[in-house]
Design a binder for this molecule. Structure first.
Ligand code: GLA
Length: 393
């Protein structure tokens, strides 16, 4: 059964009637620009064909009743009680199961964005084919699907950028993951033919054609099966280090530094903090250089930038893991044009730009290499730029 049908079937079980509609939003890969979003910098993601579906029906009560294929439970909360549940205090876990915090957090953040609106009860059923914990933004996909559904059914009239901000608010303040806005913007604004250059300070966007298929290239995802969570651990540490460095260097955000500022930063900061800064500053430049290379010379010209990005994350930002490094090395030695880890790191997926017809040789090499290193078998599949959030039915 497709995830679209699964969401409808689940809703019918919950509500004993057909949904008022089904909405969906995609996961994403990030071509380049990692840990730059919360530093007010640049990113270049695109939405992928894997999507999360929300089948929704207004239920004539004052309650939200939420189900998903992830868990065998129905979570019920009065709409007026959302303000008691959220925001989740910093460092605490949400008072509802985490999968439900994404859904209910979006409902809460929508009400915060439109406090004047009438927000009646609804039944919401979620099903997804975005791999969870793979660094492909399964969470932004849930947020985008639910935000789009309630925006329509509650007649809120928020635009796509406002809905992305609602998704981020849910992620930050309801789930408690201190992420930036890249994933929600990619999921809301995706286009079937292009990546999105996003300025995370102004939220201005520009579509950038990838040109992969014209150049006979495919983008391969290697999901290492190492799960990560951004609400705890390394992601939060990296973000705090960046904010501390910006304060020490006297700038609003690391976005405000250029490569020419690095020698002075090296004098003022300890070695680890300096390397965190160097990653962000050089990565911002690599995003802009990637856009220039793609538009002027085509996708084969971005190889060196992808490699440099991975090395910077591995050595300066220290967010890679051996499985991701192996995925990058093996795809490169088996003919990939370029490869890097994608997403927040500490697990998740790598991407590799591979010539048409080379996928099976690359996959075999990856499976063999991972097995002989004693790693889990990776999931390997191709993705291409896809449409952002939409109403499906
Ligand atoms: C995660 C976060 C994003 C971004 C990336 C790293 O995907 O959700 O906001 O910070 O990590 O680039």
């Amino acid at each position: 059964m497709t995830a679209l049908s699964a969401s409808s079937v689940l809703l019918e079980e919950l509500s004993r009637r057909a949904p008022d509609g089904v909405w969906s939003a995609p996961g994403r890969v990030n071509l380049i620009g990692e840990h730059t979003d919360y530093n007010d910098g640049f990113v270049l993601p695109f939405a992928i064909e894997h999507r999360t579906y929300a089948a929704v029906a207004l239920n004539g009560t004052g309650e939200l009743r939420v189900r998903s294929t992830f868990a065998d439970e129905t979570v019920v909360v009065a709409v007026d009680d959302l303000d008691d549940l959220f925001p989740t205090p910093t460092g605490a876990t949400p008072r509802v199961p985490e999968w439900a915090a994404y859904v209910l957090g979006v409902a809460w953040a929508l009400r915060e964005a439109r406090p004047d609106a009438t927000t009646p009860g609804a039944d919401i059923a979620i099903a997804s084919d975005v791999p969870v914990g793979a660094g492909l933004s399964s969470s932004a996909a849930i947020e985008g699907a639910v935000a789009s559904a309630l925006n329509d059914l509650w007649a809120l009239d928020l635009d796509r950028v406002a809905l992305a901000q609602v998704g981020r608010r849910a992620e930050n303040d309801a789930v408690g993951a201190p992420t930036g806005i890249m994933d929600q913007m990619a999921s809301m604004l995706g286009r079937p033919d292009a990546a999105t250059l996003l300025d995370c300070r102004s939220l201005e966007t520009r579509s950038v054609s990838t040109g992969f298929s014209d150049a006979d290239l495919e983008l391969v995802v290697v999901d290492t099966q190492i799960k990560h969570a951004h609400s705890t651990g390394g992601y939060r540490d990296r973000r705090e280090a960046c904010e501390r460095a910006a304060r020490l260097l006297g700038v609003p955000a690391l976005r405000d530094l250029s490569i020419d500022d690095l020698p002075q930063a090296a004098e003022l900061l300890d070695d680890v903090t300096f390397r965190r800064v160097r990653h962000v500053v050089t990565e911002n430049q690599r995003v802009l250089d990637t856009v220039d290379a793609l538009t002027q010379r085509g996708p084969r010209a971005i190889a060196g930038l992808l490699q440099a990005s991975h090395a910077s994350m591995r050595d300066d930002f220290e967010i890679s893991v051996p499985e991701l490094d192996m995925a990058v090395e093996l795809t490169m030695t088996h003919g990939a044009v370029g490869a890097r880890m994608t997403g927040g790191g500490f697990g998740g997926a790598a991407i590799a730009l591979v010539g048409n017809g080379q996928l099976s040789a690359v996959s075999d090499a990856l499976r063999r290499g991972f097995a002989s290193a004693g790693f889990k078998e990776p999931a390997i599949f191709t993705v291409s730029p896809s449409e952002g959030a939409r109403r499906d039915r």
